[in-house]
Design a protein around this ligand. Structure first.
Ligand code: HEC
Ligand code: HEC
Length: 426
């Protein structure tokens, strides 16, 4: 029933992606290549030609794979580092599924209106305009509803988990465990990325299996090891709560629907942005905003080609590369191959954005790297040794970046931490 809408999201997603690829990608790649001391063995265009091809071929598969079950349902045995998990969850774990919330008056919309300017999201210094899909316009009431849903544990089957459990504003909208625990303390296979600036991503998830935030939002609710809730059941539960029934009527003119849930959550996520960092202030002319080490790091970041993949202003080109992470596992982490079914995409993951990266440890798609220093060192050395590692990344390693250089790069990463919403508005 939602296929038309889903199709248009998908189509919009692909269009954006293509425009991005055409306007930025090869151009950036070549520019960076010119500057790079040891020129990458393969240009970004070469590495991506396969990628583009596979995109067309997989539109349909993506849709099915977006179900999330395929990749997210892997349950690895290793639980070692899970001990760091915050204990606060336990205390809150008792909320029964259908307990009606205290009947708050409709949220004060003024603070949500303040996020918007003529239907556009106001952006902090340094960020480009937030792309808004034509079929999901931003309104204050929709953002408020999306926020409420995002923080509501009743969306999970046993009432213990909300989106914020794994993407917590107090942890820069990520989670400080290598992989996440869903309902019944089940452990997933991937590190929970920050939701910050996900509004700019041209695909969602480490393997890009969802095309848009709208498409992404329903995945975790149904995922048996995340929130484990049959959508039909959840929609029925929400329709029994007058606070939601009324809010949906107000925003969408319908009862609670799955499309509405997805659209409201996505609208809210488009307001979770980070900018106004020392880097942005420096770029805007405040030459004192960066330390000397950060300035050196910034130059190195461009010189050796980090910026080819981690392209400013959001520090990702949203393409997929193999960095050697998870390749030593048996079997190796599939990455993009799970979506395209192509061998050449084995172990490729979407380039993560780097804003707030200093606040979102641990690192990489499997959360296998604990510190920023270590994460940067792996990249600076050209990825984790494996034959499948991207030629562009290997070329970065050929620069033999010194320990001081690595330190400067880490300092530069810290300069990408700025302002972002620290807690729910309501
Ligand atoms: C049990 C933990 C958990 C819960 C609950 C959860 N997520 Fe996630 N989320 C993850 C993990 C892990 C990933 C990465 C999965 C992957 O890429 O395979 C992810 C990925 C995402 C992404 C993609 C970000 C990116 O950069 O690709 C978004 C957006 C997101 N989640 C939003 C949500 C929303 C909205 C909800 C609530 C409806 C939610 N999540 C619930 C763990 C969780
Ligand atoms: C060929 C593209 C490419 C280049 C060049 C590149 N990276 Fe990356 N980077 C990636 C990919 C892909 C990942 C995620 C890999 C994974 O999780 O399997 C990543 C991950 C990271 C992470 C971890 C982020 C997180 O949230 O987990 C950091 C930090 C990072 N890169 C910094 C750098 C720095 C510094 C450089 C230059 C020395 C660099 N990268 C060069 C593609 C690239």
């Amino acid at each position: 029933m939602c296929s038309t809408r889903r199709f248009s999201w998908l189509a919009a997603g692909w269009c954006l992606l293509l425009i991005f690829v055409c306007s930025l990608g090869c151009d950036q790649g070549n520019k960076a290549k010119e500057k790079t001391k040891s020129s990458p063995a393969e240009s970004c265009c070469e590495e991506d030609s396969g990628e583009k091809e596979s995109k067309d071929a997989d539109k349909d598969k993506t849709e099915k794979a977006a179900d999330t079950k395929a990749t997210e349902a892997k349950v690895p045995e290793k639980k070692a580092a899970e001990t760091k998990a915050p204990e606060k969850k336990a205390a809150e774990a008792k909320a029964p599924v259908a307990k009606p919330a205290a009947n708050k008056p409709t949220a004060d919309l003024a603070k949500y209106e303040a996020l918007l300017d003529n239907g556009k999201v106001k952006t902090p210094l340094g960020l480009p305009p937030v792309p808004i899909p034509a079929d999901n316009p931003m309104t204050a009431a929709k953002i408020a509803l999306g926020e409420k849903l995002y923080f509501d544990k009743r969306l999970s089957k046993d009432g213990t988990i909300s989106c914020a459990t794994c993407h917590d504003p107090a942890m820069a909208w990520a989670e400080h465990t290598p992989t996440s625990k869903g309902i019944g303390k089940q452990v997933g296979g991937a590190n929970s990325p920050s939701v910050i600036n996900s509004a700019y991503a041209t695909s969602q998830f480490w393997d890009g299996r969802a095309g848009s935030l709208e498409e992404q939002a329903l995945g975790p609710i149904e995922n048996p090891i995340e929130m484990g809730h049959e959508l039909k059941e959840m929609i029925a539960d929400l329709n029994n709560l007058s606070e939601y029934k009324e809010a949906f009527q107000q925003v969408f003119g319908t009862d609670v629907t799955r499309e509405g849930v997805a659209m409201a959550i996505a609208a809210f996520e488009r307001t979770v942005l980070s900018g106004n960092s020392p880097y942005d202030k420096f770029k805007a002319g405040d030459k004192k905003a960066l330390t000397d080490s950060q300035k050196r790091g910034m130059e190195l970041f461009e010189e050796v080609g980090c910026s080819t993949c981690h392209t400013p202003p959001v520090f990702s080109n949203f393409r997929f590369y193999n960095a050697g992470i998870g390749m030593d596992k048996k079997p190796p982490d599939e990455g993009r191959k799970a979506v395209t079914k192509k061998d050449r995409d084995l172990g490729k993951f979407r380039v993560p954005m780097l804003r707030e990266v200093a606040n979102t440890a641990p690192y990489y798609h499997d959360g296998s790297v604990a510190t920023l220093e270590e994460a940067v060192a792996i990249m600076a050395d050209g990825g984790k040794k494996h034959e499948k590692v991207s030629g562009m990344l290997k070329a970065v390693g050929e620069n033999k970046i010194s320990p001081e250089g690595k330190k400067d790069l880490v300092e530069f990463m810290k300069a990408l931490s700025g302002d972002y919403p620290r807690k729910p508005k309501s």
